[in-house]
Design a protein around this ligand. Sequence first.
Ligand code: SAH
Length: 225
Amino acid sequence: MTPRLRLQPEAVGLGMTSQRVRDRLVERLREAGITDESVLNAIRTVPRHLFVDEALATRAYEDTALPIGHSQTISQPWVVARMTEALLQGGPKKVLEIGTGSGYQAAVLAALGLEVYTVERIGDLLRQARKRLRQLGMNVRSKHDDGRIGWPEHAPYDGILVTAAAPALVEALVQQLAVGGSLIAPVGGASSQSLVKLTRRADGGVDETVLAPVVFVPLLSGTLD
Ligand code: SAH
C-alpha cells in the first residue's frame, strides 16, 4: 500500500544536500574558471550545509554567500575555491586563516591535508565553528582574538588567508609569512574590493597581484563574546 503522505526528499532537505547537488556546484565552479582538481574535490567533500543554519541548508550548494548571524556571512563557494587555489600554488603545509566565521573555509583547508590555524573575533561564531569542525573530525587549531595581530606564536606560515576586507594589507600578517609564502586578502572599502595575492621573496621584497573583484564583510578591531 502506498502511504498517502510521502515526504519528498526536497521537503526534508535531503535532495537539496545530496551528492548530485554538490556535484552540480563543482561543475559550476569549473565553468567559472576553477581548475585545481584537489580544490574542487575538497569542495565536493566538505558538507557546506552543516556550516549554515538548518533553515538555509537547502541553499548551501548554491554559489552564493549566506548569513551566519552577527551580520557575518559564509563566503561564496567560488570565492573559497579561488582563494584556496591561489594559496595552494606555493605548495603550503602550514596555513593561517583570519576570520573563521562558520568554519567552512578552515574545513576546506583541513580537507586538503594542510595544518590549519584560524582566528575569529566573535566568540559565539567561533564556538559554533569549533563544534562543527570537531563533529566532522577535522583537526583545526583556533583562537578567539583580533586577527589583525595574526597568531605570532606559530609563525611563520606558508600561506595566510584573510576572509574579511581591510583598506590595506595588514603589515603584521605580512611579517608572519615564510619566505616564498603568500598572503591572500580582500583589500578595499565597503563598495569596492579586490582580492590581492602578496608573495614574500627570498630577497626580502614582495610580489603583488590582483586576482579578482570580490565582496567581503569588513575586518574589524577588537573582540566580542
Ligand atoms: N571564512 C569564513 C567567512 C567568514 S566572514 C567562513 O568560511 O565562513 C568573515 C569573518 O571574519 C567573520 O566571522 C568576522 O567576525 C571575522 N572577522 C572580522 N574581523 C576580524 C578580525 N580582526 N579578527 C578575526 N576575525 C575577524
